[in-house]
Each structure stands twice: as C-alpha cells, then as structure tokens.
Design a protein around this ligand. Structure first.
Ligand code: FES
Length: 197
C-alpha cells in the first residue's frame, strides 16, 4: 500500500470539530465547508492530506469525491504529498518579483540547502514558490507555515530562517517596522496633530 492510500476515518474528536465548522454554514450548504475541513484533517496528519482523507471529507459533506479532489488540488495550502515540518512559500508573482523576490528565493535556497519544490533530508523544511499571497502592498512576501513575513530582503530572510532553524519563532509581519501596510516612507495624510491648525 502506498503512503497515499493510508486508511482514514474521522475520530470522534475530529467529527465534533468538523460539526462545529459545518454549523457556520446555512442548512444544506455544508459543501461550503470543504476547505476548512481539508485544513482540519491536514493539520491532524502532519501537514498533508491522503486520498482517503479527501474521500472521508467528501463523505462527511455529502459531496462527490471528485469535487473535493478538485478543491484540494487547486489551492496550494492543501498539500497532496508529505511536507517538511516548516513549509516556506516564496511569492514570485509580479509585485513581489518587482520588489526582489529572486533574491529572496536565492537566500532561501542557500540557507536551507534545498531548491524550490524540495524538502530537506531531515524533514524540517519544504521550500516552494507560490502565486500571489494577497499581501503585495508589503512585497516581497514569504509565508512560513501560518505566518506572513513581509518587506523582506535577502539578509532579513536568512536571519528569519536561521532563527527558525534554531527553534525560535521570529515575529511575523513587516520586517522593516512599518505599521500594517502604511506607506513605507511614513504617513502621508492626517499627519498633523490636533493643535497644529
Ligand atoms: S504578488 Fe506577492 S503577495 Fe501579491
């Protein structure tokens, strides 16, 4: 039996977590919960889903299995193969490319010792490129597991990966200290204090 055919059944705990997710959607629209349910089972399985898991989700949601496979194979956050403990995803779409993602990819490859699409021999890291992560305003962006690291450059990227390698949890968000997605050069409006006029 291949790794992709491991038998899978919803445990009682998983079923109850899935019930809570399905309850957020209108009656009869349980199929809308397919993505959070795939995420739920993936987190129970070291970060990836087997075919049996997708079939179990389909059965749970009363969907045709092919519809679940379609969703799982479309979204890059659902992994169809085993991944490393830490998944590093570098955005290489145009805004991040214009802001230097090539240097970020190179920094990741050099620091982790693996290329795009590869997992380190010790199973600690998977590195891959992804399309727009939806945070272009703070490009370039790297997503590491559930966290976004923004306003990166090669040195900052190396420092973050080194820190994670040592078991630390470097703070996510902008790495230049800007507040959320405020202009990189500082506020451009509402900059005067109340008593200035
Ligand atoms: S292009 Fe990289 S986050 Fe949108």
């Amino acid at each position: 039996m291949s790794a992709n055919q491991t038998p899978f059944e919803f445990t009682q705990a998983l079923r109850s977590a899935a019930d809570k997710i399905v309850a957020k959607y209108p009656e009869g629209r349980q199929a809308s919960a397919v993505l959070p349910l795939l995420d739920l089972v993936q987190r129970q399985n070291g970060g990836w889903v087997t075919t049996d898991m997708m079939s179990a989700v389909a059965e749970f949601l009363d969907m045709a299995p092919i519809r679940v496979y379609e969703v799982a194979s479309f979204y890059t956050m659902i992994n169809l193969e085993p991944v490393g403990e830490t998944v590093v995803e570098v955005c290489t779409t145009t805004p991040c490319w214009l802001r230097g993602c090539d240097g970020i990819v190179q920094a990741c490859e050099e620091t982790l010792g693996i290329g795009l699409g590869e997992t380190s021999a010790d199973g600690r890291f998977t590195l891959r490129e992804v399309e727009c992560l939806g945070a272009c305003v703070n490009a370039p962006i790297v997503k590491i597991n559930d966290d976004y690291y923004e306003d990166l450059d090669p040195d900052r990227t190396r420092a973050i990966l080194d820190s994670i390698s040592r078991g630390a949890a470097p703070p996510p968000g902008s790495q230049t200290g800007r507040k959320t997605s405020a202009p990189a050069s500082g506020p451009t409006t509402l900059s005067a204090s109340a008593g200035d006029s």
